[in-house]
Design a protein around this ligand. Sequence first.
Ligand code: GAR
Length: 197
Amino acid sequence: MADAASPARTRVAIFISGRGSNMAALLYAAALPDAAYDVVLVATNDPQAEGLALAEAEGIPTFALSHKGMSRADHDAAMDEAARKAGAEFIVLAGYMRILTEGFTRQWQGRMLNIHPSLLPKYPGLDTHQRAIDAGDSHGGVSVHLVTPELDAGQVLAQMKVAIRAGETAESLAERVRFAEHQLYPRVLNDYLRMQR
Ligand code: GAR
C-alpha cells in the first residue's frame, strides 16, 4: 500500500456529522496505491458522531467541536482553523449536516466538495429520498458537487442514478444510494484533485 505521507498526494480534511460511511469509503480508497489524496483530518460538529470512533481507530487525527451554543461564524472559524492546522488543502464534506457561512464557503471555494443524496438540481436540502418517491420518479441518486454559498447549488462534478423499485421506502432507497455514494465519491475526488494539478 502507498506511503500515507506521500508528498505527491493532496492533503484533505473530511467533515462528518454522523455515521461516516462515506468517510470510511474515502479513507479506504486513500489506502489504494494510486490514490490522489491523504486524509489528514476528520472533523465533526458532533462529538458523538459514529464515524469519529472509526477515524480514531484508523489512526486519523480528529477534531470534534459541538456547534451547540456557538454562533455559526464562530463554529465555522474553529473548523477552518482545525483544517488549516492539519495542513488540509481541500475539504471533503461527507454527511456534514451544517449550513456553512458564506465566508467559510468563499475561503474554500473550488477546494471543497460535497456529496448530496439526490440527482441535483432535484431535491436540494433534506428528505431527498421521500421527495423522489412521492414525486413518482423512476430514479433517485447521488451528486458530488463543488460547494458554493447557495445550498446544494454548486457545479455538479458527477452523478449516479439509483432505480426506485415498487414499494420502495425512503430507508431502503437511502441504503442503496449509499452503496452508489461509496463508489462515486472517492472516484470523483481522485479525478478532481488530479485535474487541479
Ligand atoms: C449521505 O447519504 C450523504 O449523501 C448525506 O448524508 C449521508 C451521510 O451518510 N448528505 C446530505 O444529506 C448532505 N446534504 P454517512 O454519514 O454514512 O456518510
